[in-house]
Design a protein around this ligand. Structure first.
Ligand SMILES: Cc1ncc(COP(=O)(O)O)c(C=O)c1O
Length: 437
């Protein structure tokens, strides 16, 4: 098991009196920031907040720190330094990518998207249908949420140029076999774009080893600042047209970032690697091995919870029963138990020191559970956690938060039938659900 005291010591939030006693299960909203990121951000704003890369000390230091962030993150992810770039968010990164593909693709060519994805890796691609691009939907099993590679094979042919899917489901947490799926897509001549936003907080993957062409995640969920991080492998990056200022078109890491980056946040992102390296040194492993330690720790914490939930009659556990096959996002269908308060959703549900916010049903993962109809039950909740919760915290957090041990009427109802569509997230033309948040 990881040394949790050491891990918690890297996050000032754990020493923050106003947060004492709270367990947060909504990591979709982002993780708390580790100390090295905060230190770097503060230093940048104090000492280096000038135009970077000019020949004077503050500017040189700022530019060097931005370069350091890219090269150290790229090293951790197993890719070349110029294959890693920053953008304002993952959604904006995919939006820019979709424009690049739109310029390269011909009407009649196809893109495969899933209905397991967050809206970020779905909507921007689906909109290319307006340009005559065929959109094929790789559908999950409505009972389990599982995305079956065999079903993808049936969608692949010589027309498919790109296959988009998530590293793990942000509802049932199931980890998709990225290497296997990538091999299938590549064999059919298609590029591969993986949304790693739900996965990366639980361990930075070796993207080089996964083999995909694009890998996206959001630093604000991996203990960093509010940035989207994109790996674009060279072969694809060189094949796609420039989306940035014309003078940046020859530089791979600038080519898909239309505007100037947030210098301070890019620089501060090196702090995420400081944290991983400090943890690696403390645990006596190489930095790339930290992901495995995190996963092992999470499996140990999660398996008893999965066993507990899996044996309840009042709820149905969604997704794999084996913790090794999922990220610690736990979804349960509340069998026949849902609560509507004065006909409306609560904006925030909180009780017993656990916080899960509920926003509009179309935006949230559990909305897709509802539309998957995977439960015959309209309600489900998806608490997520990151690994620094201890077992004792888990028992006062997750289990209670599952609505399982709470007093009657105090569980959080996170599903609702007949809810009017969210205006900002209309359903796709196929009626399928992408999720966001
Ligand atoms: C799985 C997944 N993908 C993508 C996103 C979008 O990320 P961003 O907010 O950086 O656009 C989210 C946000 O919660 C997410 O959960």
């Amino acid at each position: 098991m990881l040394d949790l005291e050491f891990v918690r010591g890297q996050f000032p939030a754990f020493a923050e009196p106003s947060l004492e006693g709270w367990a947060f299960f909504e990591n979709a909203g982002g993780s708390y920031t580790c100390q090295p990121v905060i230190d770097r951000l503060t230093r940048f704003y104090h000492q280096r907040k000038v135009q970077p890369y000019a020949p004077y000390p503050a500017s040189e230091a700022g530019g060097a720190e931005m370069d350091e962030a890219r090269s150290r993150l790229a090293g951790l992810l197993g890719v070349e330094t110029d294959e890693l770039s920053f953008g304002p968010s993952t959604t904006q990164n995919t939006y820019v990518l979709a424009q690049a593909f739109r310029q390269r693709m011909m009407p009649g060519e196809a893109i495969v998207v899933t209905n397991q994805d967050h809206e970020a890796n779905s909507g921007p691609w689906r909109r290319l249908a307006d340009d005559g691009i065929e959109i094929r939907e790789w559908k999950i099993d409505p009972e389990t949420g599982h995305l079956d590679p065999a079903a993808l094979e049936k969608l692949l042919d010589e027309k498919v140029r790109l296959v988009c899917f998530p590293h793990c489901s942000n509802v049932v947490g199931e980890i998709n076999p990225v290497r296997e799926i990538t091999a299938l897509a590549h064999a059919a001549g298609a590029w591969v774009c993986v949304d790693g936003v739900s996965y990366a907080p639980h361990g930075f993957p070796d993207v080089g080893e996964l083999g995909c062409d694009i890998y996206l995640f959001s630093a604000y969920k991996t203990y960093g600042p509010h940035q989207g991080i994109m790996v674009m492998r060279r072969a694809l990056g060189e094949a796609l047209p420039n989306q940035a200022h014309f003078f940046n078109g020859d530089t791979l890491y600038k080519k898909f970032t239309p505007a100037g980056p947030d210098h301070a946040q890019v620089a501060a992102s090196a702090g995420m690697v400081d944290y991983i390296e400090a943890l690696a040194a403390h645990e006596g492993v190489a930095p790339r091995e930290v992901a495995g330690l995190m996963h092992a720790h999470e499996v140990t914490l999660m398996q008893p919870l999965l066993d507990f939930l899996g044996n309840r009659n009042s709820v149905r556990l969604l997704g794999p029963r084996d913790a090794a096959h999922r990220a610690p996002t736990v979804a349960v269908a509340l069998q026949g138990r849902q609560r509507r308060r004065r006909g409306r959703w609560r904006s925030t549900g909180s009780w017993q020191g656990a916080a899960i916010s509920t926003r509009c049903a179309r935006c949230r993962p559990w909305a897709s559970i509802r539309r998957w109809a995977c439960c015959g039950s309209p309600s489900c909740i998806t608490p997520r956690s990151t690994r620094w919760k201890s077992s004792s915290r888990r028992s006062t957090g997750c289990c209670d938060a599952g609505g399982l041990t709470l007093p009657r009427g105090r569980y959080l109802s996170a599903g609702q039938q007949g809810k009017p569509p969210c205006q900002s997230h209309p359903p796709s033309s196929s009626g399928s659900a992408a999720t966001c948040g």
